[in-house]
Design a protein around this ligand. Structure first.
Ligand SMILES: [Zn+2]
Length: 307
């Protein structure tokens, strides 16, 4: 779930001004130096929510061209056709992901329809009525496994939409630990946890360490909350020196290669989130090749994106 409007008021100003002060050194340029006529290297954003506001797709295409971005576009089932059409027209900029309600009785049928429309994965799954590893959800995972789909799960704390109305929502059903069983039972699913389990980063990282098919994004409030102590992530992604690279993307031994870029932001905030990732890379001394994998390399391979 996007933090638009929630985080925006609290932290947007600070982030935006820090991004602006980076100005000439855009986070993208810093990662992949380009030139005037050659754009910087491709960024793949795992976490862009489709927005029904008029002009959204045009704005997305403009942003994609300006900063060389491919967006995994997380699409409510009701908006499936417009996003399927846009992705067919602009396959370099848009990879369609479909949101389905895991508790819907026809969830499997919805997946079949999404696939027939060209969708490439599921997400962001969230607001479940039972823990993610509840057996009643297995038919969905079985089909995702058969399709070889990536699935993006919200993990950790979740926003409360309405303070005055009772709601059947619990972050405890979306803990990162539940993803471990899904990854093990369904090894052809690439399990991607949004928000790195906020605040259960340690569980998230350990599950990613042992499961080659598990990754996390660091969207949401974490990089804002931790901005003064980002080096702490070195203690959480601690195993780089162990040469844990047999089944990592590009045989990268850095523990940080288990992260992928996700913004979960308004389009106007994508570059700010990339700046926050850049600050994390600096604070944790993440190698250049790993930065490239995080910002797009891993997802490009996973999704078969070619240039
Ligand atoms: Zn989320």
């Amino acid at each position: 779930m996007s933090r638009r409007g929630f985080l925006g008021a609290a932290s947007g100003a600070a982030i935006t001004s820090s991004a602006r002060s980076l100005g000439k050194h855009s986070p993208f340029g810093a990662l992949y130096p380009g030139s005037a006529d050659k754009p910087a290297g491709r960024i793949v954003d795992m976490h862009v929510h489709f927005d029904q506001k008029p002009g959204f797709l045009d704005d997305l295409l403009r942003l994609a061209d300006r900063i060389n971005l491919t967006a995994c576009l997380l699409t409510p089932f009701a908006n499936r056709q417009v996003v399927a059409d846009a992705a067919k027209q602009h396959p370099r900029q848009i990879v369609p992901f479909g949101f389905i309600d895991l508790d819907a009785p026809d969830a499997v049928r919805q997946m079949e329809e999404l696939r027939s429309l060209g969708f490439r994965g599921l997400g962001e799954l969230e607001f479940v009525k039972k823990p993610y590893n509840d057996p009643s959800y297995f038919p969905v995972y079985e089909l995702a496994n058969r399709y070889g789909w990536p699935v993006l799960f919200h993990t950790g704390i979740v926003l409360r939409k309405n303070f005055d109305v009772p709601e059947d929502v619990a972050s405890g059903r979306m803990r990162p630990i539940h993803l471990e069983e899904i990854a093990r039972r369904f090894p052809k699913i690439t399990v991607i946890g949004a928000h790195c389990g906020n605040p259960e980063y340690e569980w998230a990282a350990e599950i990613a360490r042992w499961n080659p098919n598990v990754f996390f994004d660091l969207s949401g409030s974490t990089l804002t909350k931790m901005h003064g102590r980002l080096a702490e992530f070195q203690k959480i992604f601690w195993w780089s020196a162990l040469n844990w690279s047999e089944r990592t993307p590009d045989h990268d031994p850095s523990a940080f290669v288990k992260l992928v870029f996700g913004s979960d932001s308004d389009l106007s905030g994508v570059e700010s989130v990339a700046s926050q990732y850049q600050a994390l890379f600096e604070a944790c001394d993440v190698p250049e090749r790993t930065r490239r994998m995080i910002m797009g390399g891993t997802l490009s391979k996973l999704l078969g994106l070619t240039d």
